[in-house]
Ligand binder design. Structure first.
Ligand SMILES: Cc1ncc(C[n+]2csc(CCOP(=O)(O)OP(=O)(O)O)c2C)c(N)n1
Ligand SMILES: [Mg+2]
Length: 281
C-alpha cells in the first residue's frame, strides 16, 4: 500500500475548472518525487480547492473553513517527519483564515501550502474574496475594497518560500511544487486558477495574456526584488519562485519537539511530561 502510485479519483468540479490542472500536477509531482504514501498527509479546509485532498486516495484530513493551518501546525509538531501538503482557496486562506495565515508563516512550520487563487468564493457561488480585483464584473460590497496582495503579506510576515504559479503552465507549476515540498519551512504557492463558472473577469485568457515567468537572473534571496515582483499585478503578472531563504523550522526551535516523532522518543520520561504539563496548569 505504501509503495502504491499516487492517483486521483472522480472530482466534483465544473468542466474546465483550473483545479484539474493542479490535481494532475500534484499527482505527477508526488510520483516523480517518489515519496512513500505513508510519509505524506494532504490537508484542506472547506471550498472547491480545499476538497482536493479528498480526490487523492491516501492520507487526508479536511478541517474547517479557514482553520486548517493550526491543525497542520499540530500535525507538524507531533510528527515533524511527515510531508504536509495543504490545498485551500483564496477565500479560505486569505479571508476567513487570514489571521492563522499570518501567525503560521511567522512560526515557519514545515508545510507546503498551495492556494488555488481563483479570486472568488467558488463553492458558495461567486462572492468576492480578498483577492477579487476592483471591477464591475463581480457583484458584492467588498468589491470596492483594495485587493490583498497575498505574497507581499507573506513576505512581510517573514515567509521563507514565496511563489506564484498558473494552472495554464503545468511544467512550471510542477517545478514550483517540487521546490515547495522540498523546502524546509513554510512554503506559500499562490496558484492563479480560473473559475470558469463564477469569475468571468479573470478568465484563462486574462491570465494567459499577463503571466510571465520571472527572469532566470532573479536572485531568490533578494527580498526587495521579491516584494516588487509579488506586488506586480496588471498588464504583467510575474510567476515562479519569487523568494526562498533558510530559517529554522518551528520544531527545530522547540527542544522537546526537535527530538522527532513522539513514539520514537524513548528518552522522554513521565516526569518530563508531567513537568511540561504543569506549564499549562
Ligand atoms: C466557518 C465557515 N464560514 C463560511 C463557510 C461557507 N463557505 C464555504 S466555502 C466558502 C468560500 C470558498 O472560497 P475559496 O476558499 O476561495 O474556495 P473555492 O471554492 O473558490 O475554491 C465559504 C465562505 C463555511 N463552510 N464555514
Ligand atoms: Mg476561491
Amino acid at each position: 500500500m505504501f509503495n502504491q502510485k499516487y492517483t486521483s479519483t472522480q472530482t466534483q468540479w465544473c468542466p474546465g475548472c483550473g483545479n484539474f490542472s493542479i490535481l494532475a500536477a500534484i499527482v505527477d509531482v508526488m510520483n516523480e518525487m517518489n515519496i512513500p504514501k505513508n510519509e505524506v498527509l494532504f490537508m484542506g479546509g472547506i471550498g472547491q480547492a480545499a476538497k482536493l485532498n479528498q480526490f487523492i486516495p491516501g492520507n487526508g484530513f479536511s478541517g474547517l473553513h479557514g482553520r486548517i493551518l493550526p491543525a497542520a501546525l499540530g500535525v507538524h509538531a507531533a510528527n515533524p517527519e511527515l510531508k504536509i501538503i495543504i490545498n485551500t482557496g483564496d477565500g479560505d486562506s486569505y479571508g476567513e483564515g487570514g489571521n492563522h495565515l499570518i501567525h503560521t508563516i511567522r512560526r515557519n512550520p514545515d508545510i507546503a501550502h498551495f492556494v488555488h487563487n481563483n479570486q472568488i468564493y467558488g463553492l458558495t457561488t461567486g462572492q468576492p474574496s480578498p483577492t477579487t480585483d476592483v471591477t464591475d464584473g463581480i457583484d458584492g460590497a467588498m468589491n470596492s475594497s483594495i485587493p490583498l496582495s497575498p505574497l507581499n503579506l507573506a513576505l512581510a510576515c517573514g515567509a521563507t518560500f514565496v511563489a506564484r504559479g498558473f494552472t495554464g503552465d503545468r511544467e512550471q507549476l510542477k517545478e514550483i511544487m517540487k521546490a515547495a515540498i522540498d523546502h524546509k519551512g513554510y512554503a506559500l504557492v499562490d496558484i492563479l486558477q480560473p473559475c470558469v463558472t463564477f469569475n468571468k473577469v479573470n478568465t484563462f485568457k486574462w491570465y494567459k495574456d499577463r503571466v510571465k515567468p520571472v527572469d532566470h537572473s532573479h536572485n531568490v534571496q533578494d527580498k526587495e526584488a521579491a516584494i516588487k515582483l509579488a506586488g506586480t499585478w496588471g498588464e504583467e503578472i510575474p510567476t515562479g519562485i519569487l523568494y526562498q531563504v533558510e530559517r529554522p523550522v518551528y520544531t527545530q526551535r522547540r527542544p522537546l519537539l526537535s527530538r522527532g516523532v513522539i513514539p520514537s522518543r524513548e528518552e522522554i520520561t513521565s516526569k518530563e511530561i508531567e513537568d511540561r504539563l504543569k506549564l499549562f496548569i
